[in-house]
Design a protein around this ligand. Structure first.
Ligand code: ARG
Length: 259
């Protein structure tokens, strides 16, 4: 995770970002710290990346890399405003003893567009990550990639519309409206028992959640997801990341998982 010390919305690269809307920076920091402390209270280790003043979107650490089986696939950002973040992540992994770190050839925005289950690497495309990043990731991780076409600009990253609830059992939740008809059919075929979110919970960025297989940390405004998650045996934990929503991200965007 990377603290939002220098967070601000001065440019707009997704429909959520409006530079005219003020950000309450102290509140953003408090909300972020609450999330970090919640992970720690649940027994998870949280590593912190040093924020850079010239990179206000660094708080969305999920985009910086994808780590599976300890192998690190770095990011390559679609927009110049975020391009320099990639090297910061790569440098962190190299200095923390990760032996296999690849700087990618094709554009991919890390876990923004890659979601990992034990069986598959689900990979979004359409707004940010290049379709060419999919075979690159498949070759690197040796896991079959399922390419998914995103069609709604509000759901510009896969992790705004789909969340892995339990990697071991391939259990996911997603919002069908974010995907092309063909990709919807693929999701129905692979995940017939998925938790399907409605438009309202998706618009609260409720799918931008992190699950450890038992606890699901998600935006608290996505009220419709809490009951269905409980019925499936998960413990939903509502978080308020309202200030970070102004940059187009929530719980998952702020969290990169070190698998
Ligand atoms: N402002 C950032 C961008 O548009 C938000 C990134 C959100 N991260 C995510 N994993 N969806 O790039």
């Amino acid at each position: 995770m990377c603290p939002p010390t220098h967070f601000k919305v001065t440019y707009s690269i997704n429909p959520w970002m409006d530079p005219a809307k003020p950000v309450d920076l102290p509140l953003a920091l408090t909300q972020w710290e609450t999330l970090r402390d919640r992970y720690r209270a649940l027994g998870h280790t949280v590593e912190e990346l040093e924020p850079r003043p010239e990179l206000p979107d660094m708080v969305y650490a999920a985009n910086g890399a994808t780590v599976v089986d300890g192998r690190v696939l770095g990011a390559r950002f679609a927009h110049p405003q975020r391009a320099a973040e990639a090297a910061v992540h790569v440098e962190w992994f190299r200095s923390h003893g990760y032996p296999v770190v690849r700087e990618p050839e094709h554009i991919n925005e890390g876990e923004g567009d890659f979601a990992v289950t034990d069986s598959w690497l689900l990979a979004g495309r359409g707004f940010r990550s290049s379709p060419l990043s999919h075979p690159e990731a498949q070759e690197f991780f040796g896991r079959p990639v399922i390419g998914l076409d995103l069609i709604d600009p509000r759901y510009y990253h896969l992790d705004t519309a789909l969340c892995v609830l339990d990697a071991a059992t391939d259990e996911i939740m997603y919002y069908p409206g974010a995907f092309s008809p063909g990709s919807r059919a693929v999701l129905e075929r692979l995940f017939p028992d998925a938790l399907v979110a409605d438009a309202e919970d998706a618009a609260a960025l409720g799918l931008n959640a992190v699950s450890d297989g038992r606890h699901v940390l998600l935006p608290q405004a996505a009220v419709g997801l809490f009951g269905p998650l409980r019925e499936r045996g998960f413990e939903p934990i509502g978080m308020d990341l309202g200030e970070l929503l102004k940059g187009g991200g929530s719980v998952k965007c702020c969290t990169q998982e070190l698998r």
